[in-house]
Design a binder for this molecule. Structure first.
Ligand code: OGA
Ligand code: NI
Length: 349
């Protein structure tokens, strides 16, 4: 009896999910409708900014509703995602990524050197993505799309990407305001061709959901993540107050937003990027679609001057986002013996 599972998927004891996860739905739920109001209401906007600030500080994670992304577009995006992963493996492999074409389909990602129980499809939002290669050269990364099926996959993904960019900027503006900065303080880091990308995650049913994870515990390296999850659920966030793993209950048509490592550095640790992971499920497959909002490759990431003082000196040295990202992107082709590059490598003390 029992299936033989590749040991590469098995988590160390201390990282295995508990059979019942804490069923608390207390990641803040924030209503963005003041942004869409015809007449700007100052009080409502101020209260929204305050809620965003509290959520970033206390949780690093929140959900948003009335975000302005059309439901029919999200549904189309979810449909092509299901259609893509329902195709024959050999069709998916036609758009498989490799070292020359690092975008597209793959199923071998390792998080902290343990294999994730998932398969993914990655595409960049502003094609081609430009990242540094060795010897100060730049490299272009192009999307790969299936030729016929699912119909319209490319168009739907591109349209969805445009909507995510708009929502991402709205959220960044609110975050800037919540830090006491000008609304457009972050704009410049995203002018030109960004390195933002979208990932379609498919988590097939797993025969050993107590031993493996869909994605092992990690923090997102970019600026901001905006994620659509389906009704199955499985995303867990490490609660800052006590370190418990909290399940984010699916809320229909909401987006889950989390700050990434770059906002942690920009804010000089005021808004920390929080660990999260994905539980898998023995019966049901699950889909999620994160948009990883990342600056241009030539962005030097460092704490913002306006937030520093003699009592709050910079906690990080500047680092090149492009080089950081390229090292991450290319290193996850293979299982490494050493830890991936992390922001604490740039800590000042
Ligand atoms: C990720 C991630 C969460 C999810 O892809 O970085 O954290 O719910 N995904 O799929
Ligand atoms: Ni993540």
């Amino acid at each position: 009896m029992g299936e033989v599972i590749d040991p590469a998927f098995i988590q160390a004891l201390e990282h295995r999910p508990k059979p019942e996860s804490v069923q608390a739905n207390n990641v803040p739920l924030i209503d963005l409708s003041p942004l869409g109001a015809r007449e700007p209401d100052r009080g409502a906007l101020e209260s929204l900014v305050a809620q965003i600030g509290q959520a970033c500080k206390n949780w690093g994670f929140f959900q948003v509703i009335n975000h302005g992304v059309a439901l029919h577009l999200r549904e189309k995006m979810e449909l092509v995602s299901r259609q893509f992963f329902a195709m024959q493996k050999e069709e998916q492999k036609k758009v498989a990524r490799d070292e020359v074409k690092p975008l597209g389909y793959y199923d071998t990602e390792h998080t902290k050197n343990v294999r994730d129980w998932k398969e993914v499809f990655d595409f960049t939002v502003q094609e081609p993505m430009i990242i540094p290669a060795h010897d100060h050269e730049l490299r272009e990364m192009w999307n790969q799309w299936p030729h016929h099926d699912p119909p319209q996959m490319k168009e739907v993904c591109q349209q969805y990407g445009d909507e995510m960019e708009k929502l991402g900027h709205k959220l960044l503006e609110l975050i800037a305001l919540s830090l006491g900065l000008g609304r457009d303080r972050f704009r410049g880091f995203f002018e030109g061709r960004t390195t933002s990308f979208i990932r379609i995650n498919h988590y097939p049913p797993c025969p050993v959901p107590d031993l493996a994870l869909g994605v092992g515990r990690h923090k997102d390296a970019g600026a901001l993540t905006v994620l659509a999850q389906d009704e199955v659920g499985g995303l867990q966030v490490k609660r800052k107050s006590d370190g418990d793993w909290i399940l984010i209950q699916p809320t229909p048509n909401a987006y889950i937003v989390n700050v990434g490592d770059i906002i942690q550095v920009w804010s000089n640790d005021k808004y920390e990027s929080v660990e999260h992971r994905v539980k898998v499920n023995a019966e049901r497959e699950r889909f999620s679609i994160p948009y990883f909002m990342n600056p241009t490759h030539d962005t030097m990431v460092e704490p913002l001057d306006e937030l520093l003082s003699s009592r709050n000196p910079a906690k990080y040295r500047a680092y090149s986002w492009g080089e950081f990202f390229a090292r991450r992107k290319l290193s996850n082709f293979k299982k490494l013996d050493v830890e991936n590059v992390q922001i604490y490598h740039f800590k000042n003390y």
